[in-house]
Design a protein around this ligand. Structure first.
Ligand code: SF4
Ligand code: SF4
Length: 62
């Protein structure tokens, strides 16, 4: 199962939300003023989120 983590020191939050808009499995969700993750067990490890994140805040690990 993949572990999807966000470095909140780097993440720009909902004003960015590129990961929310792009992940094909809808792993990223806006939670108030920050971005959260859910249903990580269905992550396909495609790493599109890592490609679109402008600040390299996302790590996807096996
Ligand atoms: S690796 Fe792919 S499926 Fe997993 S969180 Fe990133 S964009 Fe979504
Ligand atoms: S794409 Fe990166 S900077 Fe933008 S909301 Fe997602 S984790 Fe944060």
């Amino acid at each position: 199962m993949a572990n999807v983590s966000i470095d909140y020191d780097k993440c720009q939050g909902p004003s960015c939300a590129e990961c929310v808009d792009t992940c094909p499995m809808s792993i990223f969700v806006v939670e108030g003023d920050k971005i959260g993750t859910e249903n990580e067990e269905i992550c396909s490890q495609c790493e599109i989120c890592m490609d679109v994140c402008p600040t390299a805040a996302i790590t996807v690990e096996d």
